[in-house]
Design a protein around this ligand. Structure first.
Ligand SMILES: Nc1ncnc2c1ncn2[C@@H]1O[C@H](COP(=O)(O)OP(=O)(O)O)[C@@H](O)[C@H]1O
Ligand SMILES: [Mg+2]
Length: 229
């Protein structure tokens, strides 16, 4: 059966990336359709984070190409690429990405403020997103005063508050116990599906990958698609 052709949102086509003598990626290819949740799996050191950073335009591959909405990222100026990351992408990392001096509310409002939004509007939207991620009660606390799971739900709120087309999550539950991790994953994937955001989810935990629509495995810098039964 042929599927209707949806133009992909993100494409990595045969990309390679080395850091000095280390070949982090040798031959990696993957696509992400709009609204699709794709898990990138593989052992530690296999190249997962490098692939995510290339897809998100944070680093440039040495060979091959990455495109977003039909546009090659290498063809954009640094300024346009940074602007794209701010307007169209959201990020969730393993830990340490919240600004410790700001309250949780101010952390979530920050991307909107950086985009030129007024404080009152930004904080109103941030408040809604914190409630959606079930952390409305800690809005006034600083990241150092909340649990790991709460902090990651604040980070997810911050990633989604700008209504991104794609969210990049690198081991978002890697520092959490399994119960807190499940909670973060359920809320991340539910809210992404509600808003239509695509998610590139790097993980080495099969339980986390179960939240995805599809899986891509990276081994020794190469990708391999996995068909779900
Ligand atoms: N900035 C860097 N400088 C040097 N080596 C790096 C850098 N980033 C990644 N690497 C190396 O590239 C390989 C792949 O790393 P990475 O993409 O982080 O793997 P994973 O996320 O699957 O654990 C590893 O050998 C790692 O040490
Ligand atoms: Mg990694």
């Amino acid at each position: 059966m042929t599927k209707p052709a949806t133009p992909p949102l993100l494409v990595a086509d045969s990309i390679a990336k080395s850091f000095g003598p280390t070949k982090a990626l040798t031959q990696a290819s993957m696509t992400v359709a709009p609204g699709e949740i794709v898990a990138v799996m593989g052992p530690s050191g296999s190249g997962k984070s490098t692939l995510l950073h290339c897809l998100a335009g944070i680093i440039a591959p040495d060979a091959g190409m990455v495109s977003y909405a039909g546009q090659g990222l290498a063809q954009l100026s640094d300024t346009r690429r940074s602007a794209l990351r701010r307007t169209d992408f959201g990020f969730v990392f393993q830990f340490g990405q919240l600004v410790p001096e700001l309250t949780c509310l101010e952390n979530v409002a920050l991307p909107l403020r950086l985009g030129g939004g007024r404080r009152r509007d930004a904080e109103a939207r941030a408040t809604e997103w914190l409630a959606r991620l079930e952390v409305g009660d800690i809005a006034g606390k600083r990241p150092g005063e909340v649990s790991g799971g709460q902090g990651q739900r604040v980070a997810v709120s911050r990633a989604l508050v700008t209504s991104p087309k794609a969210v990049f999550a690198d081991e978002p539950t890697g520092a959490l116990d399994s119960l807190a991790g499940e909670h973060v994953m359920r809320l991340l994937t539910d809210t992404a599906r509600e808003t239509g955001a695509a998610v590139v989810l790097v993980t080495h935990e099969p339980r986390v990958a179960a939240y995805a629509d599809r899986e891509v495995v990276v081994r020794d810098g190469r990708t391999k698609a996995v068909e779900f039964a």
